[in-house]
Structure formats: C-alpha cells, structure tokens
Design a protein around this ligand. Sequence first.
Ligand SMILES: Nc1ncnc2c1ncn2[C@@H]1O[C@H](COP(=O)(O)OP(=O)(O)OP(=O)(O)O)[C@@H](O)[C@H]1O
Length: 918
Amino acid sequence: ECSSSSADPMAACLRAALLPPPPPSLASPAVSDLLLCSLLRLLLSPLLLFIGVRYGRKDSPPLRGPCRRAPSSPRARRRSRTDSARSATDDGARRDSLYSSLSSARAADVRGELAKPLLSPVSGAPDLRPSLPSDQDLPSLPGAAPREPPGAAAAGPLVNAAVLFLLFASSTLFQVYAGLKVASHDFASASPCLPPLMCLPVLWLNLQVWAGRTLLGEMTREEGIFLPKVHRHPVFFHKTLAFHWCDLCGVRVKGSEGAWRCRLCDFDMCRTCAKRADAATVSENMLRGDRGVREEAAVTNVSYFSRSLSLARPELPLLLLSFLLLALYCASSLALPNFQGLIIDKVVPDDAGEYDEAGFRFYVKIYLAVMLTQGALSTVYQAAFSLVSRRMVFHVRNTLFRKILWQDVAFFDGTESGHLISRLTNDVNMMMQPIQTSLSSLLSNTLMLAGGVAMCFYNSYRLSMLAFVTVGPIMYLWDLYANWSKQLNRRMLSAWAEGNSVASQSLSHIRTVKAFGTEEREIGTYSEANKEALRAGVRDAWGNGLTSALTNYLDLGTGVLILFYGGLLVMDGKMSVGRLVTFQLFWNMMNNAYQNLQGLVTSFTRSAAGAEKVFSLWDSAPDIDPSVGNGVDWDVEGGIELKNVKYFYQMRPDNLVLDGINLKIPAGKTVALVGRSGGGKTTIVNMLLRFYDPKEGTISLDSFPYESLKVHELRRQFGVVSQDTELFAKTIAENIAYGLDPSEYTMEDVHEAARRAQAHDFIMEMKDGYSTRVGERGGRISGGQRQRIAIARVFLRKPKIILLDEATSALDENSQQAVQDALNTLIKECNATVVLVAHRLSTVMNAHKIAVIEKGKVAEQGSHDDLVRLGGIYAKLVEKTNKKKENALNQAAIDGDGDGEGGGKKSDVDNIDSLLGK
Ligand SMILES: Nc1ncnc2c1ncn2[C@@H]1O[C@H](COP(=O)(O)OP(=O)(O)OP(=O)(O)O)[C@@H](O)[C@H]1O
C-alpha cells in the first residue's frame, strides 16, 4: 500500500499502519504484538532492576559500634521509631536511678563520668548521653574512608539514574505502540472483551514502571546512620556542605571537610563533633521540651492535605456552598464543547448542500446562556474560596504563634529567634501557598478531569486510547521532579532560617556590630545564607523547566497524533468534523485540568517541606503543660520550700548546677541568696518561676507541689526585677501595666506605682511623659530608668512573692542608689515574700534569712547574726568587708579624703564576687 499511487505517499503509509482492517479476533496480530511486548517487558524490567540494585547502591559499608544504620524498610523504620520511643520512656522511667548516681558525684565528677567512652555508661544507670560513633567507627563512615572502590560508590547514583531512564523510555515507547495498535484496530465485530483486553497493557505498563521505581528506590536507598540519642532521624554524610553550621558546636562547617546532615530537618553535625565521645545532646534549633529533644515527623502529601482540610473545618458552611457552586460551574463547562460541536455541525452543509440555520441560531443562544451562567458562578465561588483560604492563613499564623509562646523555656534556650521567625513566615507561607492559591482549582480540576475523561471516551474511545498513553509518563516525570524539588525546598527553608537568624542577631545587637565595625562581615554571612537558598532555587527552576519541556513535548506529540488520526477517521467517514472538534475541546479541557492538578500535586509535594516544620511545632506540646493542674484559688501566703532540688540545663547536661538544694522561704520574709558568680542563684530564681522542672526533688508553694498547680496562675503570684530588664517597644505606661488587664488598673495607679518606684519624676521630665515610647528593648532610656520601670511594674501588680535578681548589678553608682532606694521601699511596703539575689553584702544584711549557695548546695543559712556567729563562708565575707572598710578609712585619713572611700569605689568594698575571689 505504501507504494500505491497516492498523492501523499507518507500519509498513505501512516494510514496503512494505523488503519489495517484485520479480521477481528483474539488471536489477531495486534493482540499477539501487544502480548509479545508485555512479555518482553516482563523480562527487561527485572533485568534492569537487577542492574540497578546491584550497581546503583549509594550507601556505605555497615557500621560497627553504638551507631546503627537507618532502617531501610518502612516496617523496620516504624519498628525502630517505636523502639526509640520505648527506650526514651524507659530512659525517663529510669532517670531517677541516673540522678541518684549523679547525686553521689560532685559536678566535677559528673563531668568526668560524662567524658568516659560511650561504651561504658554510668554503672547501673541508663546512658542518657549521645551514642556517637567512636573514633574506630569513623573511618568506616561514608566519606571518611570508604571501603568500596571509590569508583563504585561514585557510579551508584549514575547507574540508578540510567536504569530509571531506561525503564521510563522503554515503557513510554511501548505505551505509544500499544496506543496506536488499539486506536487502529477495528472492533466492529470483535468479541466485546477485546477492547478492554487491548487497553490492559497500557495500565500494566504504568503499574510496572511504578512498581519498578518504588522497588529500586527502596532497595538502593541511601542509608545514613541512626544516632537515636543525638538526633531522631538518620543522618547522611555530605561531602560538600557549603553554608552550614554544626548544631552541636555551632562552628561553621568547612566546605572541603563535609559533614553529617539530616534530610528531614535542619540538623547538621561537623566531623569533629561526630568524633567527640563527650558531645552532649545539645543540638541547636531542634524541637525540645523541658525533658528533651522531640521528633520532627516527615509529612506525606496525604497527611499534609488531610490536615490542611481539617484546618478548614471552621469554614465548613462556606466551603460547602463554594463546592456546590463549583460543581455547577464544572457541569456547565462540560456542556459547552458539546454545543460548540453542534454549532459547527450546523454550519457544515448536509448531503443536499443545505444549512440548518434555525438549529444554528438555537444552539448559539443556548451556548450564550450557559456562558453567562458560568461567569456568574465562577465569580461567586472564587470569592468564597478566597475568603476561606485567607481565614485559614490567619488561623494558622495565630495558632502557630500561640504554640511557640507556650513552649517550655528550655525550648527557647536551644532555639534562635531567627529560626522561629522563619517558621512563622517562610514555612507558613510555603505550607499555605498551594492551599491559598489552589483550594478551588483542586476541586474544579478534579471535576473537569473526571468529566473530561468520560466525555473523551464517550466521543471516541479510539482517540482516547491513543491520547492517554502519555498520561503515565507525564505523571512519572512530574512525580520525580516533585520529590527532588521537596528536598531543594527543605534546603531553601533551612538557608532562609539561617539568614533570618543572622539578621535578627545582628539587628538585636546592632550597637555591638557598629562598635566592632563588623557590618560587612554580617552582611556577608547573611548574603551567603541567601546564596545557598538561591542556589537551591536556581536548581529547582532548571528542574521545573526541564520537566515542563519534556512533558510538553509528550503532550504536543499526543496532540499531533490526535489531529492526524482524527483527520484520517473524518476522511474515512467514520467521524463527523463536529465530533472531532468536540473531542479536541474535551481533550484540551481534560489535559488542562490534568496539568493543573499535576502542578498542584507538585506544589503540594514541595510545600510539604514547609508543612513538616509547621506541623511538628504545632504538635509539640510543652512538657510544662499550661492546661494541667489546679488553679491557685486560696489566699496565697507566699511560703516556698525547695526539697533536695537537683538540676542541670538541657543544653549543658555536663554541668550539674543545683545538687540537692534544701531551702525554706518563709511567707512574708526576705531571703537573700549569696554565692559566687555562676553558682546557681539565678537558676534557683528560674526554678521558683517554674521556668524549668527540677530533675529531682520538689518545690512547693504554701505546701502545694508546683506540678499540682496551673503554671500560668502560679507565675502570676510573682513579681520579678532582674539584672537587665528589657522593655517592650511600647509607651512607658504600657510597659508599667504590662500583663494586666485594663480593667485591673487606672492611670492613677500607674502614676502612683511609678512614684513609689522613684520613676515618676524622670518620666514627667520627658516631653511625652507616660506616653513616651521606649524603643526596642527599652533602648531609648537608661539602664537605671529601665530598672525603676520594672520596679513600678511590681508595685502595680502587688504580687505575693517578689524576686529581685541582682537588680542593681548592671548600674552605675548613682543609678544603683536610686534603684536600691526604690527596692527598699518595695520590700517594706509590699508586705510580700522576697527572694533577693545580691552581689553586695550591704543589700543582704537586713534579710531575715541569708542562704549561701556553694557548689550547687546551700552551704549555710540563717540570719546575718547567726551566720557571723557560725564562722563559715559568710562570716569570712563580713570579716573581709570590715577589713577593707578599715583600710579604706585609714587610707582616707592619710590622703585627707573626706568621703572615706580612699579613692576606691564604694561598691568594691562589699562586692561579694570580689570578696569570694571569683
Ligand atoms: N540557659 C542555660 N543553659 C545552660 N547553662 C546555663 C544556662 N543558664 C545558666 N547556665 C549555667 O548554669 C550555671 C549557673 O548559672 P546562674 O546564672 O544560675 O549563676 P548565678 O549564680 O546566678 O551567676 P551570676 O551571679 O553571675 O548571675 C552557670 O555555670 C551558667 O553558665
């Protein structure tokens, strides 16, 4: 037939290939061809998979010692997670025994214990320290000294990619061939089971590719190492990490050295830290509660989608209305191509050369009416969806901020504010972006796709079979790209978080930056973080472009096939022109819907990187749960007792700060804490505020254990003036009344509180008085003024317990005197329990009780007279002060200096730190 005398030999050839009229039977050559193809693939696929699994592995040889490989199968991963959760629970349950063993050791001994090799934990106690690879293990870690021939490891990913490509290319070719066969077969008198039978190979091929890819992915998964006590996810060695900081030591990773990195969250570990046997579980920017680090779970598309939908639950009525309108809109859209086809058929003359003008006018009118209805429906449903998505974003931002603020104080010890700002902004934006922009298009495209597919098959199953052979390959390509893009987006979010962190630190310490002239360095660091994000973004853009180009070519090829084969059918009189146009319109509609959906799935997959960070924080409830406990509903007296309190900070577990503190703070009395710098005084104040829970021992208020009380109500009993008060960037009046409801005070109360705190005069000297804005952190007023505003706060709140943590230590002599006077008035007038941390003997001498904190214990306690009589540490301090004063007086007499300070500073004379000899 190809050599026939047709005007267009090429068309004749294709026609012969596409339109053979074979006798319809199950044993026809078309069917046997397809069976042969399927068989061929049945042999080819396992062969390719074998090559991929054998030569495509990327991982390193097994490790020895305490670190183990990341479990490779999903079930093993689940089991491992359960194991580590169980071991964490066991660790918690057995923690007491560890602490009892710790209690017998002094802090220094504890440090010594922790420095022991990892394989010999504290005897009889669970080892809470990280199981990091020992030095012997490290050479076997990937990147350190691979045992496999260097070429083999490097070629792994290439082999893998080549195998995947061959699988993809062969399946696409087979699918196109199968499509052509189905489309060209004459089913007129065939057995009814033949058409579906001939369609099966296409389905089968797609299934094969999907199964092959999943299998290859699972079997060649790069296995990192799993260090359950350092990090909850497996970590992988990366030879080049251009812009990352080690989350253990905080030092920047050198690009040439490489480092360990978690691919699920923002965790990096340098090689030096990986070798440290005494590295503590101190990773920065991890989710942590008061009891330790928490897992950040990976988010799948399904869970991301279902959780996002659950966020829309409060908007359900509006959402249902918009869905209804949308369904109507889609139904009208699906009707349109039919009318277009009918209109075209009416303008084509019939066999007698007549036009059906009446029919033509009728269908044009209907077409117009449907279009107008469609326009109105689309306006309303889009507005409704946009409203729903905006409300969702509002809800997510508010809730996330609430979740952050309710985290334990320990969480903030280990997290930089820049990272948190990043979660609130970049991560939320990334997570909400597909929902915000595509809530409506998701549904409309799904409906259009389903309707389009049905209408395509209804109009021509032959053309449909031909057209659908590229759907599988296109899906495959987009899926590949989406998963790759998700990784890039994770990297981008980490880089943005680092950038935010650099920016927020530089801005909050702008004076230091200026003083040291490090502007350029900070700009460089910031720009490097952004450069890393840019690099990932550029790669993502290229990937997107390439995937779009490939899928577009597949799509265009399908369009050409439909046109060509459809044209042949029309020429053979097997299809009308209107039908062909209708089919084309439905195909375009379905194809658009499909591509939009594919784009949506892709953006969901990448945005899951942001959703991971948002949801993990969302799900992380604080260990000191604000909703747990009873209200403080009795008339609080303010008596506090600490019994055998032991504590070490999570970020420095080797430093046992409190080692069995026993202290009674009687109601209405003043108790002073003295001791050397770093001795743990502020830590006791933190424990009194229940910022942290003791690792061992109890604290009670009026005999009620702290854990039995609602933490928020407990903290409301306290007023605090600390070393460096930081005010909010609000007015002075707002700062004084901070934390109180407007109904709880009047402006007169605010003025009175300021007067008693000796702040009223300096406030009134300012042009705007109480409306003066103090700037960020109160930077526009002096340190002494800030402290007096903090004291005014306490006066206004009238708390039952007042905590004064070295309130005058950061001030110059004149300010010190003014603040000290204000504090003395506070102590006298408030009739409250006062806990006073002071660095000058003169401020503690009048306290009812003085507790000397030494090496994490209360070394001695009692009144000034009792302690002087005892002849211990405190008595020595008093003795030294008296001697200093005597010397100063003698010196003054010799110098003829009237003030008796001997030229020295008055505060030096009774400064506890200098008397203790730091
Ligand atoms: N958030 C924290 N994380 C880890 N370690 C901390 C933290 N805060 C304090 N430390 C450490 O705990 C120990 C006790 O600190 P604390 O502030 O309680 O001492 P202090 O007696 O109040 O000292 P100073 O008189 O100098 O204020 C110190 O070694 C300190 O370095």
